[in-house]
Design a protein around this ligand. Structure first.
Ligand SMILES: NC(=O)c1ccc[n+]([C@@H]2O[C@H](COP(=O)([O-])OP(=O)(O)OC[C@H]3O[C@@H](n4cnc5c(N)ncnc54)[C@H](O)[C@@H]3O)[C@@H](O)[C@H]2O)c1
Ligand SMILES: O=CCCC(=O)O
Length: 468
């Protein structure tokens, strides 16, 4: 946490709608001090560590995360509401980015370039961009931190992190373990706050050279506008509206499992969740029946109960949005196949997994991400028609398609406008897989062999008189 004097603000536990605890509510002064201190620390850190030493520090951090994975999972489960098994999975996923970038750190290669200038040697090197502002959402309180912080630290940058105000504890726990691993505290600063105005300092302060943001498209656009004043480098991982396409030549059981994986993960609150399920007309009834049968086995409840598969949503307005999308679709002719009504007598922000069939093209859910456990099924007749439907959105994060015809899989995945396409799988996320969107889902690539570049600048060094 910020080491400066601050007020406190409370966090709500989504399973019970009661206060989980209090955390610092950093103000503008806290952000400015953290940024200044991160600037001084970054220069020392980069000058005093080799790339492989930074890799070793990250490896120590990874080892501590693995050693503490059970406690980290409980923290994550309580603050976010996701089930304990999902929380354990997220901790391992979060740790995988630290491990990946511990190995990428020493591989920040440059080039020697044949020079056309006489008597000259030309080389390119990669240097850290400087102080990075990191802003993350509540749905993956651990993995969104490590997917950004690990490559930044590997590159030799310092970070000032504004964790999500709903779920700041995982970030605090990960940062404590990083410091225990030997990463200097001033290199990895965290400023929790509910004060959005204070947090925008990360976008406006000229010391910050890079913003990496995951969250809504509206806030992403605001940050991009503010950051343009000092021409910061940006990575924006924003909203999605993923199409999930099931062709009549698909293995429907594989498609159903894919839908479970990507629609109901974190109770539907994942940016790569299927938002629109397009099923070819002649298999729509069978797919709907199979999906309904499978989804009816899911169980809502507090995440710490190991028999629970679906935790609560993050807050009341998230529940209200699901209800709004259901009511709108039903009023336009959709049929409720499963769920559809809030759970009775429950203090938390729960909503049962819901399936709608016969959803019309003009339903609100066709254009707006629900971010909840609603699976709306639309039908289509031809490949051409479904590609058009899938692409008729300003978003382009992830999409999924199911077919046993390899030519169709290649052809359709090429035509889908999305940064990531899952073919015959609902699971696309891994530390080695490039993660990022196109269109209004943002730009920049996280994880993978490209992830560290986002935190680097390329320097050209031209040395004359080298051939004498
Ligand atoms: N592409 C992705 O990887 C990804 C991942 C998770 C969520 N999302 C998207 O995010 C949305 C849900 O998350 P959310 O409600 O937390 O989004 P949000 O944009 O409201 O908040 C994201 C983060 O930005 C902070 N923030 C908000 N306003 C700010 C400001 N003016 N200055 C600085 N920081 C500010 C929030 O406190 C939070 O930490 C969904 O639309 C979802 O699709 C995208
Ligand atoms: O919701 C955003 C991130 C999800 C993921 O990394 O799979």
């Amino acid at each position: 946490m910020s080491r400066y004097k601050h007020n406190l603000t409370s966090c709500i536990e989504p399973s019970t709608a009661t206060v989980l605890g209090n955390v610092a509510n950093c103000n503008l002064d806290d952000f400015q001090k953290a940024i200044k201190s991160a600037e001084i620390a970054q220069q020392e850190y980069y000058e005093n560590t080799s790339a492989s030493q930074r890799g070793v520090l990250l490896r120590k951090w990874y080892d501590l995360v693995i050693a503490n994975q059970d406690d980290l999972a409980v923290i994550l489960c309580l603050e976010n509401g996701k089930t304990i098994s999902e929380a354990r999975g997220e901790i391992i996923y979060a740790a995988s980015f630290i491990l990946w970038f511990s190995e990428e750190a020493p591989r920040a290669y440059g080039h020697t370039i044949p020079s056309s200038l006489p008597d000259t040697t030309l080389m390119s090197t990669r240097e850290p961009i400087g102080v990075c502002g990191i802003i993350t959402p509540w749905n993956f309180p651990a993995a969104m931190i490590t997917r950004k912080v690990a490559p930044a630290l590997a590159a030799g940058c310092s970070v000032v992190v504004k964790p999500p105000s709903e779920t700041p504890y995982s970030c605090a726990a990960f940062s404590k373990l990083a410091i225990d691993a030997g990463i200097p505290a001033r290199i990895f600063q965290i400023c929790p706050t509910k004060d959005r105005q204070a947090a925008t300092e990360l976008a406006t302060n000229p010391i910050v050279r890079k913003i990496s943001f995951t969250g809504s498209t509206g806030v992403g656009k605001l940050l991009a506008k503010l950051a343009s004043q000092s021409l910061k480098k940006l990575s924006l991982e924003l909203g999605g509206n993923a199409a999930f396409i099931v062709f009549d030549d698909a293995d429907l059981d594989v498609a159903v499992e894919g839908a479970i994986q990507c629609k109901f993960r974190c109770s539907g609150q994942t940016c790569v969740c299927a938002n629109r399920l397009f099923v070819q007309r002649n298999v729509a009834a069978e797919f709907t029946r199979k999906l309904t049968e499978r989804v009816s086995q899911l169980k809502n409840g507090p995440g710490l109960d190991p028999s629970v598969t679906q935790g609560p949503l993050v807050n009341r307005s998230a529940v209200d949005k699901v209800i709004e999308h259901i009511n709108d679709a039903v009023s336009k002719g959709a049929k409720v196949e499963l769920g559809g009504n809030p759970l009775d007598n429950n203090p938390g922000f729960f909503f049962p997994p819901t399936i709608l069939s016969g959803v019309p093209k003009d339903a609100m859910v066709a254009g707006d991400e629900t971010f909840g456990p609603l699976a709306p099924i639309f039908t289509f007749d031809t490949e051409e028609e479904v590609i058009k439907m899938a692409n008729s959105t300003e978003f382009g994060l992830a999409s999924y398609l199911f077919s046993e015809n390899v030519n169709r899989c290649m052809r359709v995945s090429k035509k889908i406008q999305a940064g990531m396409v899952g073919v015959n799988t609902g699971r696309i996320s891994a530390s080695e897989a490039p993660f990022g969107g196109i269109k209004e889902s943002g730009y920049g690539t996280e994880g993978s062999l490209y992830g560290m570049e986002e935190y680097q600048v390329i320097k050209s060094t031209i040395i004359g008189n080298t051939h004498r």
